[in-house]
Write a protein that binds this ligand. Sequence first.
Ligand code: PRP
Ligand code: ZN
Ligand code: MG
Length: 210
Amino acid sequence: MIRLAIQKSGRLSDDSLKLIRECGISFLSASSKLKTEATNFPLEILFLRDDDIPGYVADGVADIGIVGQNVLVEEGLQQLTVKNLGFSKCRLSLAVSKGDAYADVTSLQGKSIATSYPNLLQEFLTSKGVQADIHTISGSVEIAPSIGLADAVCDIVSSGSTLISNGLREVETVFKSEAVLVANQNLDAEKNRLLQQLLFRMEAVQKAQK
Ligand code: PRP
Ligand code: ZN
Ligand code: MG
């Protein structure tokens, strides 16, 4: 039996479940259950917060996982990557209030920026020689400027509708991301064999889509 962690709800969830089904794996999914077993493959699926997936896979709580590169690289665990999956593409971007003047990244000098990705943001600002005050918050980042918590935000943008509905304007791309398959680095022979079988099926799915 191999244990796969996927996002419980969010941008990655539907595409992750779709990929598993396209691999010919059947399972029952009750939305309230946080764990399910496949009926035709020795696979257990855990439904977790995406931020928790890299750590669980690194620690072996889950054997493999599907997660965004944004979370993986932020947590410094990109060495767990087995395969890029090509879906759930998004970007980590800086955004300011629609009406705020913005010339280039130096406009952020000395400003406060709210984000859930302090490491990726710090690396970007350092590379641009900009110093800013990073406020790490775990969610609802886009609300920060309108409640006076920060001057700017750095968060994930996919369609851009969350930015627009919060009166924000995207000004810089910090990091580009897509979903990846990650695996624990000390899988035993049996789990490794199951991982190879899954990879083989995923590659067949990807080829069929080209
Ligand atoms: C991101 C971000 C926004 C949303 C943006 O959340 O925090 O809420 O996606 O998407 P849009 O541009 O299509 O409106 P994410 O799905 O990464 O989930 P999480 O922050 O809850 O982990
Ligand atoms: Zn501060
Ligand atoms: Mg988010």
